[in-house]
Design a protein around this ligand. Structure first.
Ligand SMILES: [Zn+2]
Ligand SMILES: [Zn+2]
Length: 141
């Protein structure tokens, strides 16, 4: 008989069709039901959001996906980047990885440009003052 390690409780059990031991199987089925319901109610969610929303372990959802028991292809495709249309990294951000990086870079550039501009103005103002003060100095002949 082939032994396998249960994916949930990590105990050894006689390997059957599933990666779950008989003791954990009811819990696994209950989780599956939650995930299935969650996907039905919110088909736009990706696996990560789904895990958080139904309170099922991410590993568990990945297992269902691997087994082909659930499909999130539709769910993942529904969340696309608002800039380029590529699959978004999360439903709340609605940006893909590369656009998110680009946006971060743009923001950093903008911020540094603003602070540079401020610095320049201050320098101009202070140099005017110095010029005004120095004009009071009289030269003796
Ligand atoms: Zn188990
Ligand atoms: Zn994008």
């Amino acid at each position: 008989m082939a032994l396998s390690t249960c994916m949930r409780c990590e105990s050894m059990f006689d390997k059957g069709k599933t990666a779950i031991c008989p003791a954990c199987l009811p819990v696994e089925e209950a989780d599956y039901e939650k995930v299935r319901q969650g996907l039905q109610d919110h088909p736009e969610m990706n696996a990560e959001d789904l895990a958080a929303s139904v309170g099922v372990d991410m590993k568990c959802i990945m297992r269902f996906l691997d087994d082909g028991r659930i499909e999130t292809t539709a769910a993942n495709a529904a969340v696309v980047c608002g800039r380029c249309g590529a699959p978004a990294i999360s439903i709340s951000k609605r940006l893909c990885k590369s656009c998110l990086n680009r946006l971060d870079a743009e923001l950093t550039t903008q911020v540094s440009q603003i602070s540079l501009g401020k610095k320049k103005n201050m320098e101009v103002g202070s140099s005017f003052k110095t010029g005004g003060n120095s004009s009071t100095v009289k030269f003796q002949r």
